[in-house]
Write a protein that binds this ligand. Sequence first.
Ligand code: HEC
Length: 115
Amino acid sequence: MGKLLWTLLLASLFALASEGEKIYMGMGCYGCHGVKGEGIGDYPKIGGKPIGYLVKKLHDLQQGIGYSSKRDMMIPFAKGLNEKQIKTVSHYLSTIDRHGQEKDVPEEILGGFGS
Ligand code: HEC
């Protein structure tokens, strides 16, 4: 692949991550899950989890399926996200490692969630 194509690919991945961060910060997700998705008290850590896991959990929550007694706090937030926002914010969260740093995610992990 040419250099220009790589640059465009990296730029679009970067844009996707920033979009996700905007959703995460703009919708107040950080208030319960922490600025880097690290989790606060009973509110689960979501940063650094695989994108497929996060997308599935958000779909479950949209249907009212959760695992804890606090699920009712999260359900409205899941319902407030459209399909594109779910993928975008999950992509962003999956790029944060366990120390709260953004990391590079191998393409095979992103595969299938690009569009
Ligand atoms: C008022 C607090 C609160 C806010 C704000 C909030 N969440 Fe949550 N979130 C929770 C709780 C509580 C759970 C656990 C739900 C359950 O019992 O399954 C959860 C679960 C999740 C999960 C699944 C985690 C897992 O491992 O099961 C994801 C993903 C998630 N939230 C993403 C988000 C996103 C994205 C936003 C912003 C749009 C957000 N949350 C806003 C409280 C919150």
